[in-house]
Design a protein around this ligand. Structure first.
Ligand code: FDA
Length: 397
């Protein structure tokens, strides 16, 4: 395959998502001739659907501690060099109104479309070209350049950047293509699984909780020595909400979750005091004080707690307290890549430069964004990684 001179680029980026667009603008501003290709019909589709349509575009408190990776120190360098404040400055230069929701989580006030428009404007100003609806058929390397055989002709480039994301939400154009390229060039790909994903339940518990679909309450959810104190949402399929999404990234099939339904209370002390002060009151009444009404009712029924507190021995109350404070749920599974926000695992970072994202054995082949084995917690960290790794590669390619 040969490339006409018009199809010769310094940098070709596969994937017009968060990382690819950021990388394109960065390299373009350095005077590189840049082309971004993507098989989807429009760029930044995941940005558009993120944060409930308002894109949680960064987290002011993002540090390496907010990321999962088999090589946890890898992300430090890029995150330090391109910080949440850098991205916020860019957002503000484009006059995009934003707001801080939970601590540090920055969202667009209006629409995620603003972020995509900003990235496309940056690409335009930087002279980076974007070609959508372009499929990659094969990639070859010869004499220091890459040849990318696509549905719209053969491209030649000095630097090839893989920014095609992970496996989550296949209907949005997600593919495992980035992993295939990594393997083609001899890089290891660590096992992938869905992260930031709702849990499904076994039929009995699913049926018991079915009437609670749509009810949310603040909990502390723990699994494998990690815990998150955020809301839990019961859905018609299982358990979701920020606490469940967060803990799902640490969950392995078969593991139980331990959920404290009243993380702000000392439950045993409460129950002992209530029994003393109002012996006729019930556990249902106690629950109704601290949990959403429907949740309190259903949870009480599931556990068959009845009768006044004066009928409960200390050991009974200890058990009730344990059930509420350490509710143990064994999920049947997760909803998988269909609804997962991210893919855990991916290209092994031990074979990449933490400064440039280039493959150590192939200095002009780069991997950025979600395709790499760096996965953030919920709350804007994943985009921060996309921006930071995109800038790292765009500054070097
Ligand atoms: P991204 O997936 O953005 O882009 C990859 C691009 O590559 C796509 O355009 C795709 O079409 C293209 N591509 C794939 N295969 C290809 C192939 N074979 N050939 C050509 N092109 C190909 N994060 C966050 O920080 N805050 C948030 O609010 C949210 N919210 C959120 C909601 C939902 C519903 C999801 C699914 C995800 C989030 N995320 C998030 C996660 C965030 O969207 C994600 O981490 C980034 O988009 C990853 O950026 P990348 O550029 O790596 O991949």
């Amino acid at each position: 395959m040969t490339a006409s001179s018009s199809n010769q680029y310094d940098v070709v980026i596969i994937g017009a998502g968060a990382a690819g667009l950021m990388c394109a603008a960065t390299a373009g501003y350095r005077g590189r001739k840049v082309l971004v290709i993507d098989h989807a019909n429009k760029p930044g589709k995941k940005i558009l659907m993120s944060g409930g349509g308002r894109c949680n575009f960064t987290n002011l408190n993002s540090t390496a501690a907010n990321f999962l990776s088999d090589n946890p120190r890898f992300c430090i360098s890029a995150l330090k060099r391109y910080t949440p404040q850098h991205f916020l400055d860019l957002v503000e230069r484009h006059g995009i109104e934003h707001e801080e929701k939970a601590a540090g989580q920055l969202f667009c006030k209006d629409s995620a479309k603003d972020i995509v428009a900003m990235l496309l404007t940056e690409c335009e100003w930087a002279g980076a070209e974007i070609r959508m609806k372009t499929n990659v058929k094969s990639i070859a390397q010869s004499y220091g350049s890459y040849r990318v055989n696509t549905s719209s002709g053969t491209l030649a480039c000095t630097s090839l950047i893989i920014a095609c994301g992970g496996l989550s939400i296949p209907t949005m154009g997600a593919t495992g293509f980035g992993y295939e390229v990594a393997r083609q060039f001899g890089l290891d790909v660590l096992p992938t699984r869905a992260g930031l994903v709702p849990f499904t339940l076994h039929p009995e518990l699913k049926q018991q909780l079915a009437p609670l679909s749509g009810v949310s309450c603040p909990v502390d959810a723990a699994c494998n020595n990690h815990n998150f104190r955020e809301p839990m949402l019961v859905t018609h399929r299982g358990l979701s909400g920020p606490s469940m999404l967060q803990i799902s990234s640490f969950w392995q099939p078969g593991d139980p979750l331990t959920i404290n339904l009243l993380p702000d209370r000392n439950i045993l002390e409460d129950l002992l005091a209530l029994r003393k002060q109002r012996p006729q009151s019930t556990i249902a009444q106690y629950l109704a004080l601290h949990l959403p009404k429907r949740f309190a009712q259903a949870f009480n029924e599931i556990h068959g707690w009845s009768g006044p507190l004066q009928g409960y021995k200390n050991s009974d109350l200890e058990q009730v307290s344990e059930t509420l404070g350490q509710w143990t749920v064994k999920p049947a599974g997760t909803e998988g890549y269909r609804t997962a926000e991210v893919t855990l695992g991916g290209v092994d970072t031990r074979q990449l430069s933490s400064k440039t994202m280039a493959a150590l054995e192939h200095p002009n082949l780069y991997f950025i964004g979600e395709v790499v084995d760096v996965t953030g917690h919920l709350g804007g960290h994943n985009f921060q990684w996309a921006w930071a790794s995109g800038v790292a590669a765009g500054s070097a390619a």
